[in-house]
Design a protein around this ligand. Structure first.
Ligand SMILES: Nc1ncnc2c1ncn2[C@@H]1O[C@H](COP(=O)(O)OP(=O)(O)OP(=O)(O)O)[C@@H](O)[C@H]1O
Ligand SMILES: [Mg+2]
Length: 267
């Protein structure tokens, strides 16, 4: 009995170093004659541990894209602090597919590798892998204009994944896709993330997408966006996107997040 007691493992305290620290971030947009100000984000604070997958949900216009653009250094902040603990710039998948129309699908996916000077053979292998992953192999030589909107967005995802950055910022990457393709890509993204453990900040309108993918879900208030809740998602990994929908906790959490979105001030 004593032996059994001695064997009881002590609870592990996991202190993963933060990859992203955002403190009281505030952002305002001024119109051209500076007489009208839109406060987009106000006093928003959160951190993301290295290798953590965090989803941000919030009503349309609450400042989600703005936060991501500030993280990617594509937008300035008004006040607050943003720290990314990485040597690389983050890879970003934009809300609207941002493929280059004059390049083929394969050339679009290869672009970050080409810019980095990756050897040709490695580029080719990596591009093939990414195209297979996103179901685009047979469209490798197509131009973006020959693809559907959803397929163009898949090219953006493949391109962001092709480049092996520490931090991946994804702004509703699957928002334009049909439900079935979306599930397939969620499963693929989970698989890739479980293999690579990149730090991911993923924005979505879909509560169930957030719960499917994330370790934590951050819920934002309506504009000006601020943090309403920071919820831990308890599902073990690896996850099966279909199976997890049989878990009652999935629907309890869905209900909880929807309640927060419906009454962001709290009960
Ligand atoms: N360049 C800009 N100039 C002026 N206002 C802007 C600019 N970009 C965003 N805004 C305003 O900031 C607010 C937040 O916009 P943002 O695009 O971050 O919202 P969002 O949460 O991503 O919305 P959605 O879910 O619809 O994508 C909105 O009111 C928007 O009008
Ligand atoms: Mg947006």
């Amino acid at each position: 009995m004593t032996a059994a007691l001695q064997k009881t493992p002590k609870p592990k305290v996991v202190c993963a170093p933060p990859a992203i620290e955002v403190t009281t971030l505030t952002k305002a947009f001024y119109n051209s004659d500076a007489d009208r100000v839109t406060l987009a984000v106000s006093d928003f604070s959160f951190s993301v541990a290295r290798g953590e997958f965090v989803c941000i949900v919030g009503p349309s216009g609450c400042g989600k894209t703005t936060v991501l653009r500030i993280l990617a250094d594509l937008e300035s902040k008004l006040s607050g602090e943003v720290k990314l603990h990485t040597d690389d710039a983050p890879a970003m998948v934009f809300q609207e597919a941002s493929v280059l129309p004059w390049l083929t699908v394969a050339q679009n996916v290869a672009l970050p590798l080409k810019l980095k000077g990756t050897p040709q053979a490695q580029q080719k292998a990596r591009v093939e892998e990414m195209l297979a992953l996103t179901g685009l192999t047979s469209f490798a030589n197509a131009r973006p204009s020959q693809l559907s909107g959803g397929m163009r967005q898949r090219v953006s995802v493949a391109r962001a994944l092709a480049d092996d950055r520490d931090i991946l910022l994804m702004d509703e990457p699957f928002g334009a896709l049909d439900e079935q393709t979306r599930l397939v890509l969620q499963q693929e993204l989970l698989r890739i993330w479980e293999a690579t453990r990149k730090t991911v900040v993923f924005i979505t309108h879909s509560v169930d997408e957030a719960l499917t993918l994330a370790d934590r879900v951050l819920v934002m208030s309506p504009r000006p966006g601020t943090l309403v809740a920071d919820l831990k998602v308890p599902f073990e990994r690896p996850r099966d996107v279909v199976e997890m929908r049989r878990d009652k906790r999935f629907w309890d959490l869905t209900y909880e997040v929807w309640n927060l979105l419906a009454s962001p001030g709290g009960a």
